[in-house]
Write a protein that binds this ligand. Structure first.
Ligand SMILES: [Zn+2]
Length: 159
């Protein structure tokens, strides 16, 4: 997806479901890491924007990097913010990164013809056009509103 922020909508929804077992910060970080390759290819003027990073194998590696970088950054950032949030463990970090990268390739596959998610096992993209790009964007926004609303409600109730 050319606009990474759309991925944050489902992220808010996953956060609403996962609660303490999912770090929205690491989920978000993994979205940015996923789209480093398409951005670099866009700048280079490549015909194919979604390469290795947008395959199941590539997303696995991006998730590991997101975990290794994201956990210490997330824990330090929230520790220094004074919010009083407790540090997360490697399991939560890993789960957040994998939910992030695999939801990313799933959503991107719906609207990008240059993706081969199953490379090197298979070429092609069976999810392309399953729903329209407009419907996909609406789904992302609605899931963000629902998830964000639920997370906010839970925070108010626990305050
Ligand atoms: Zn992408």
């Amino acid at each position: 997806m050319p606009f990474t922020p759309f991925h944050l909508g489902p992220g808010a929804f996953f956060k609403a479901i996962g609660g303490e077992r999912l770090s929205f910060m690491i989920f978000g970080g993994s979205q940015n890491l996923m789209d480093v390759e398409p951005l670099a290819r866009m700048i280079r003027g490549d015909a194919v924007l979604h390469g290795m990073s947008h395959t199941i194998a590539g997303a696995f590696v991006v998730a590991l990097v997101s975990t290794a970088v994201g956990r210490p950054v997330r824990n330090a950032a929230l520790h220094n913010s004074g919010i009083g949030d407790h540090p997360i463990g490697w399991r939560v970090a890993l789960a957040s990164a994998f939910v992030g990268t695999y939801s990313h390739i799933g959503l991107d596959a719906v609207m990008h013809a240059d993706k081969n998610p199953l490379w090197p096992i298979a070429y092609g993209n069976g999810l392309l056009g399953v729903i329209s790009a407009k419907a996909l964007h609406i789904l992302c926004v609605v899931s963000g509103l629902l998830g964000g609303g639920f997370v906010a409600l839970r925070a108010v109730r626990n305050a």
